[in-house]
Design a protein around this ligand. Structure first.
Ligand code: HEC
Length: 113
């Protein structure tokens, strides 16, 4: 009885992990880039150039989001990891899951079509 319920919940965990990995792949971005743009204008625009055209602030170490987007190593997953981790030079902003999705969708939308 016990082992049966353990394997059922294990199955649920595996299913959940696979499900979230699916959501992390670039092909199935769940976020809304328009909402992401509004969010980053408000929360990130003091330090990052968030525009489609790109450009850096002269006295600022923060890369433009265009540069982030065109960096080859950037993926939805790498952005998510960055947004969830702590940083030395950037404030540790707490974004909820939906905000993360939207910001990721916006940043990746800056890549040349
Ligand atoms: C107070 C200034 C500041 C704010 C506000 C800020 N950042 Fe940053 N950010 C930085 C600096 C400085 C760096 C470069 C150093 C680093 O990578 O930690 C950076 C780096 C990054 C990078 C990594 C780029 C790379 O090298 O791959 C991403 C992605 C990023 N920021 C996203 C965001 C998002 C999204 C927001 C808004 C929710 C935001 N930042 C708000 C200062 C800021």
């Amino acid at each position: 009885m016990l082992s049966r319920s353990v394997s059922v919940s294990l199955g649920a965990v595996v299913f959940f992990i696979l499900g979230s990995m699916q959501a992390w792949s670039d092909e199935t971005l769940p976020g809304d880039p328009v909402a992401g743009r509004i969010f980053v204008e408000r929360e990130c625009g003091d330090c990052h150039d968030i525009s489609r055209e790109g450009g850096d602030y002269p006295l600022n170490a923060a890369p433009s989001f265009l540069d982030v987007a065109t960096e080859r190593s950037t993926t939805a997953l790498s952005l998510r990891v960055f947004l969830r981790s702590t940083h030395r030079e950037m404030p540790d902003l707490i974004l909820n899951r939906r905000e993360q999705d939207d910001v990721i969708a916006y940043i990746l939308s800056l890549r040349a079509e």
